[in-house]
Write a protein that binds this ligand. Structure first.
Ligand SMILES: [Zn+2]
Length: 213
């Protein structure tokens, strides 16, 4: 039996990686996951790693990335920050995975009812910028909220989508990602997770890039 993510070689195509990732989400949604997260799976993947995708998602406890894509150990790299906000550590981590591990697919995954985006909407409405490093999250999400407009009654769900797209476009222009993206060796795509159904919908894929599976 072919095990998703375990036979894929580094340097595979973005399209094949996206097909695998979305197939995992369909297994999860259908209630027929293929992968258990037990110690035998950990041991089986304990040699060299050859992940085929990196997913950048939110810290939200309702969105466990390996589970919603039904991925076993060694299959995907996962990065999580509040509202999937970028900083140098996040970008450097993605550059490492793409450049050193040969991963062809980067997915930015937002989710419905994201608290980080909601907090940004509130901060902009009240004019009360939070203190500490929380301000960094608000500052990074604020342009998406502003582009949608605070007066829009659907500002929260629309800003969630806009923020995914902005993050995707920022990564496509990243110093070390722009060239492999332009050459088609790497794709950066956006997705949105539905908390109720468990489904991942694609939000932003390159024009000539991977088709939805
Ligand atoms: Zn969130």
């Amino acid at each position: 039996m072919r095990v998703a993510g375990q036979e894929r070689q580094a340097g595979g195509t973005p399209r094949a990686a996206l097909v695998d990732l979305l197939a995992g989400n369909r297994r999860f949604v259908s209630g027929q996951p293929m992968h258990g997260h037990d110690v035998t799976a950990a041991a089986a993947a304990s040699g060299d790693q050859q992940p085929y995708a990196v997913v950048l998602g939110c810290i939200d406890s309702r969105v466990p990335l390996e589970a919603i894509f039904d991925q076993t150990f060694g299959a995907i790299c996962v990065i999580r920050t509040g509202g999937h906000v970028l900083d140098r550590a996040v970008c450097g981590s993605i550059e490492y995975v793409v450049g050193q591990l040969g991963v062809p697919l980067v997915m930015v995954l937002g989710h419905e009812r994201c608290g980080a985006v909601g907090a940004t909407v509130d901060a902009l409405r009240t004019g009360e910028r939070p203190g500490g490093s929380l301000a960094h999250l608000v500052d990074e999400i604020a342009p998406a909220v502003t582009e949608v407009g605070l007066d829009d009654p659907a500002v929260h769900p629309l800003a969630i989508r806009r923020h995914v797209r902005r993050t995707v476009h920022t990564l496509r222009a990243d110093d070390l990602l722009a060239e492999p993206v332009a050459a088609g060796r790497v794709a950066v795509v956006g997705g949105l997770y539905d908390l109720s159904t468990g489904e991942v919908a694609l939000l932003d894929v390159p024009d000539a890039g991977p088709a939805q599976a």
